[in-house]
Design a protein around this ligand. Structure first.
Ligand code: ZN
Length: 654
């Protein structure tokens, strides 16, 4: 571990005084995932400053909850009066709810975030700067039957050792008592068993560099470890099955993030993986994201997930008090022998946070095991954190509407422009992770981001189609919504004059490629959540026009394909419907000149031509996207084999 302190960088923060430097070294801690992960850890600085009325007072600026050390700013620190914090530390008992109320009441700025629950502990430590992390090397040392000895051997009298105590008031109280008894002369930090490390100093740099120094020494205490590595076994249908089971048990669709790195697969293959993985987290804090333990997946995937859920419910009953509300019993991550580590979450971001913690957990557990035996906290201590009264209160307050398609995975063909682009964008807006396919490379830039992926695919090449489907499953864990949209307008010609190539090109792209895409998606749709296939047809199917045989016949074929697929897939709970748009002119195909020509052919103005329907309205690509999103959502959950027009009403089809 290296100090990342840089004089030039530090100078730009120093303009804002000690608080500026507090921000700087907090960010340095946040930059290293070996020290803190996703909102873990906290820091503070004690400052004497004048309040609004000009009275000098002692404040502690403490990290606010909801802020991440890696990206914290000055406004992420809560200015809190020292005096009430020190008085609170003299209480014998204090509930967490009362503590948080008093912490907020002690703030000098009511708009600041709520102080970290470790605020009182920071306040009682008699140093200007205090840093706290859950460094992997420290938790490897302390989650161990010989933890206290290992800490003593590594650091001697430079640290005080605190046995595990639940974070919050009780821990602060224990530390206050400890430092009353023991001199802090020559002491640089506190090692909290099964939890992490505190350091302090008179400057931001001193406190930070003591953290780096102590963690480095803890790293050096671990034997050089060659953790096993192995290549993954590909099992895409298994991954979709796992995601489906977890979603069913959780009661909402989730995305699944597969870590098939050699290290993750190596861990999953360890003969002792079940014992190692199912003891508990590195630090209790993690349990809020990861739950206490992952599921270890056996050959029967669905049964493994259900066994996990049954055991979770039993764990809840073993520890729950009368006021506890049970959280969902599905795992947040799983160890899957031969395949790696799979993490779950309703969004890519949430699954990614779990995946980061899981990967550090697997690595650190193996170091602790090599140090003489991985031993996590007893489950009652983890339960106390997972079912913390503050976390339970947050749960009760949760109301916010989540996006309709959150946790769903959609695949849209022909999505570089026009209707397909609009469909992909609306599905994404409504919460789905979207993979967009097109032969036009514009699709890559149009769908970029953690939960969007644009792939260049020739839909007439079956290998390429299969690979795109696998990429979808590899990336997001499964497939729930197929939108088969890709198509070409073939030139208008009467049958007598129709080129063979016009006919065969239309049938190949407008019909056969849809059948092939559906065929290769079906095994995954069967493992989807409220899975559906939606085809894009045309008003032409029910109201054909002269001179469009190649296009209309292909679209009629897709309509029949929809109907047959609806019959075949209903027993598997996969819905299949088709949408018949008409007169969507906001696409690249319709240049102003082409519109003008067509309008003139009917003796209409462009404006009249665009609204040539019963309702006299203009149909946009976005209208089609909105209808497809509805058809993918709960409104259509019990509809299959339907043909839905979006055409403003047409007297030839009504
Ligand atoms: Zn902590």
């Amino acid at each position: 571990m290296q100090s990342l302190w840089n004089d030039d960088e530090a100078r730009s923060y120093a303009a804002q005084g000690e608080l500026g430097l507090r921000v700087y070294t907090s960010r340095l801690l946040g930059r290293d995932p070996q020290l803190v992960l996703h909102g873990g850890g906290n820091t503070s600085v004690k400052i004497r400053e004048a309040d609004f009325f000009g009275h000098e007072q002692n404040l502690i600026y403490i990290k606010g909850s909801g802020w991440d050390l890696a990206t914290i700013k000055i406004e992420g620190f809560a200015p809190t009066r020292m005096e009430p914090l020190l008085r609170l530390s003299a209480f014998d008992v204090l509930s967490d709810t009362d503590m948080v109320t008093q912490l907020r009441a002690a703030m000098t700025n009511p708009h600041a975030p709520t102080p970290s629950i470790e605020a009182i502990l920071h306040a009682v430590l008699p140093a200007t700067f205090v840093d706290h992390t859950h460094a992997n090397a420290i938790v490897a040392l302390t989650n161990n039957p010989h933890g206290a000895e290992l800490v003593q051997k590594t650091f001697g009298s430079r640290v005080l050792v605190v046995p595990y105590i639940m974070p919050g008031f009780e821990l602060a109280k224990a530390v206050a008592d400890l430092i009353k008894e023991k001199s802090l002369e020559g002491v640089e930090g506190l090692v909290l068993m099964h939890h992490g490390l505190f350091t302090w100093g008179s400057s931001a740099r001193e406190s930070y560099e003591r953290m780096i120094q102590l963690v480095t020494e803890a790293e050096q205490a671990a034997p050089a470890l060659a953790a096993p590595e192995a290549p993954p076994i590909d099992d895409w249908l298994g991954l979709a099955t796992l995601r489906q089971s977890v979603s069913q048990v959780r009661g909402v669709p989730v995305l699944a993030t597969l870590d098939a790195s050699p290290a993750a697969v190596g861990f999953s293959n360890r003969p002792d993986v079940e014992r190692l993985a199912t003891q508990g987290p590195l630090t209790p804090d993690h349990s809020i994201r990861t739950k206490r333990i992952p599921a270890v997946i056996g050959d029967a995937i669905d049964a493994s997930v259900h066994a996990y859920a049954a055991e979770y419910e039993a764990y809840f009953l073993r520890h729950a008090g009368p006021d506890h509300t049970q959280l969902f019993p599905a795992p947040n991550w799983s160890v899957w022998p031969g395949r790696g580590i799979v993490s779950f979450g309703p969004t890519v971001k949430e699954a990614g946070i779990v995946a980061d913690i899981a990967s550090h957990t697997a690595a650190t557990i193996q170091i602790a095991e090599a140090l003489g035996g991985w031993q996590a906290l007893p489950e009652a201590d983890i339960f106390a954190i997972e079912y913390w009264e503050l976390e339970q209160a947050k749960l009760r307050q949760q109301t916010g509407a989540k996006p309709t398609l959150q946790g769903k995975v959609a695949l849209v063909s022909g999505a570089a422009a026009g209707i397909g682009l609009a469909i992909g964008k609306v599905l994404h807006e409504q919460g789905a992770a979207v993979v967009a396919l097109d032969i036009n490379p514009d699709v890559v830039a149009a769908f970029q981001g953690p939960d969007q992926l644009g792939l260049v695919v020739d839909l007439t090449n079956q290998e390429a189609v299969k690979n795109a489907i696998i990429e979808t499953v590899r990336r997001f864990g499964g497939l729930d919504i197929l939108v088969s949209n890709a198509g070409i307008f073939t030139a208008g010609a009467n049958i007598e004059d129709l080129d063979d190539s016009n006919w065969s090109r239309s049938l190949l792209l407008n019909l056969t490629s849809h059948e092939q895409l559906l065929k290769h998606c079906i095994p995954f749709l069967k493992k989807g959540i409220d899975a559906t296939a939606i085809f894009v047809g045309s008003r032409n199917v029910r109201a054909p026009g002269a001179g469009a045989a190649s296009y209309s016949c292909a679209k009629a074929g897709v309509t029949q394909l929809t109907r047959v697929a609806a019959l075949e897939l209903a027993p598997h709970n996969v819905r299949v419907n088709i949408i018949h748009p008409d007169a969507v002119f906001d696409t690249k195909l319709w240049t102003p000149e082409a519109l003008q020509r067509s309008a003139e052919r009917y003796g209409l103005t462009v404006e009249q031509y665009k609204k040539r329907n019963l309702m006299k309205c203009e149909i946009t690509s976005r209208d089609i996207g909105l209808m497809v999103a509805s058809m993918a959502g709960p409104a259509f959950a019990k509809t299959t084999g339907a043909q839905i027009p979006v055409d403003g009403g047409n007297d030839r089809t009504i």
